[in-house]
Design a protein around this ligand. Structure first.
Ligand code: NAP
Length: 486
């Protein structure tokens, strides 16, 4: 545990950092060394009860949502400043328990502050509409109001721990909700620092923000089943997302889901080649492939197939793996031993299923969870596991294609629909492709760019709803209609 963090008071409930009621000790590993750097007691059902009661109380008493909008916006902006002023500490903790590189850790902190600032700016723009009605002989008017949905549970993954958590807090707070975060049990540290800063600053009334650190199947499941929770916002695997839909049925919680992907990236033979090769490499290797929209299916127009594979492999081979604290590190470790085992298993599947391993794919070093970025050629476009299943690691499967006529069938031959990329110098090809791909995000001559002003989310089994942009605020609001006889 970082020297400045409390090793025991790892839960944030009713405005205070408290110890868990639970007795189970959960280890936190440094992925760069494989060593246990901390342990914490996971939240249990009793902690969930307390957090939900505090959230419910703050919501029902209208303590946060009835503050003047300008005051709420100011507090959210102050939270953004608070996070930004501890950028070094947050970056260090993200590296410690997730393994990400320094540049990504710093970008995460900036992204959190930006998210809070963006949604703070929406608060004074939340409004309903008024209209005259046809009325059938009566004089009527009606108006709508947009109200906070209630108590929100935000269940988040380990691959971008602070970023995903704060991205969910920001619109929930803007809408006037009370929110309970449940970070992934692998990566609690940045959320404990956030709890500490929130406890010290008292920016928000007690119960408006709570954070429970613990196992998903215990704390997460208890939140999902709780009748006093009105909404779940979840980022994680499609498998767990489906469980949350079932768990939410009892009180018909509102549910938004940001789930997995197997995203295609197309390089046409008229693309600026060096740029496209660099884009394809970073689309899959960034954060060691532990990115929901990683471009893991690489389609290359046949005439440039070998040249692109060679180029992507060369970039992967040259990447410096290492501890994220070293600013020269380009790729950090995978998050856990389980993730390393999973990635190495998929390397074996790729070989046994008949793909050609062009480069990488081996573990690096005997400490920590490092694996060299892997490029597979699947020349026959066989329906093999590495080409179809989400791996969440630095493995790309490269397949040839013969032009725009094939794109729609290839892109959409997956249960997912999260990210996609198109590299071409033809505007016409690019925008035709953008229409044909069934995915929430299409990047043209770039990949993976996100902006708080633009909605992000998935088609098909990649999710429900959108985050970011004004569309990202809507899932935290209910619309109420008020009729008035004149
Ligand atoms: P995960 O296993 O689905 O876990 C996500 C969160 O759900 C964790 O906090 C986990 O808790 C919790 N959880 C697990 N079982 C639960 C249950 N029965 N009830 C309630 N909560 C439960 O996902 P992950 O391995 O952390 O992250 C990788 C996945 O996330 C990938 O599939 C990736 O594509 C997806 N992802 C999607 C996006 C997006 O925006 N679309 C972004 C990032 C990641 P514990 O970990 O504590 O058990």
């Amino acid at each position: 545990m970082s020297a400045s963090l409390s090793p025991t008071r790892t839960q944030f409930i009713a405005g205070k950092q408290v110890s868990s009621n639970g007795t189970e000790e959960i280890p936190v590993y440094d992925p760069a060394t494989g060593e246990i750097i901390s342990t914490f007691q996971g939240a249990d059902a009793a902690d969930v009860e307390m957090a939900v009661a505090a959230a419910r109380d703050s919501f029902d008493k209208r303590i946060w949502r009835d503050l003047p909008p300008i005051e709420r916006a100011a507090r959210m902006t102050a939270m953004a400043d608070l996070i930004a002023s501890h950028a070094d500490d947050f970056a260090e903790l993200e590296i410690s328990d997730n393994g990400m590189t320094m540049s990504m850790a710093r970008a995460t902190v900036t992204s959190c502050a930006n998210s809070l600032r963006y949604f703070a700016g929406t608060i004074q723009k939340i409004h309903g509409e008024s209209t005259d009605l046809s009325g059938g002989g009566r004089q009527l008017m009606a108006y709508t109001m947009r109200e906070a949905v209630g108590v929100v549970a935000a269940i988040t993954p380990w691959n971008a721990p602070l970023g995903v958590l704060v991205n969910k807090m920001a619109p929930a707070l803007a809408a006037g909700c009370s929110i309970i975060g449940k970070p992934a049990e692998q990566t609690p540290l940045s959320s404990i620092l956030l709890s500490q800063l929130l406890a010290e600053s008292q920016l928000f009334p007690d119960g408006v923000i709570s954070i429970l650190n613990g196992h998903g199947h215990i704390a997460g499941a208890a939140l999902a089943a709780h009748d006093d929770v009105d909404k779940i916002t979840f980022t994680g695997s499609t498998e767990v997302g489906k469980k949350l839909v079932v768990a939410s049925a009892h009180n018909l919680k509102r549910v938004t889901l940001e789930l997995g992907g197997k995203s295609p990236l197309f390089i046409f033979d008229d693309a600026p080649l060096e740029h496209a090769i660099q884009g394809a490499a970073m689309a899959i290797f960034a954060n060691s492939g532990q990115v929901c929209f990683a471009g893991s299916r690489l389609y290359i127009q046949r005439g440039i197939y070998d040249a692109v594979i060679e180029g992507v492999a060369k970039i992967g081979d040259a990447m410096k793996l290492g501890n994220g604290r070293d600013p020269s590190t380009q790729l950090g470790p995978l998050v856990r031993q389980e993730q390393l085992d999973r990635v190495l298993k998929y390397i074996e599947y790729g070989i046994s299923d008949g793909a050609e391993l062009i480069s990488g794919g081996m573990r690096e070093g005997d400490k920590g969870y490092f694996v060299r970025p892997a490029v597979f050629a699947n020349r026959e476009r066989n329906k093999i596991r590495i080409a179809e299943e989400e791996i969440f690691g630095p493995i790309v499967t490269a397949m040839p294609f013969d032009g725009l006529d094939e794109l729609e069938a290839l892109a959409n031959d997956t249960p997912y629909g999260l990210g996609s990329g198109v590299f071409t110098s033809s505007n016409s090809t690019a925008h035709k492709a953008a229409r044909l791909i069934r995915a929430g995000n299409v990047w043209i001559n770039c990949y993976g760019i996100l902006d708080k002003a633009i909605p992000f989310g998935g088609f098909k089994q990649s999710g429900w709803g959108r985050e970011f942009g004004l569309e990202g605020l809507s899932p935290f609001l209910e619309t109420k209609a008020v009729y008035n006889m004149l």
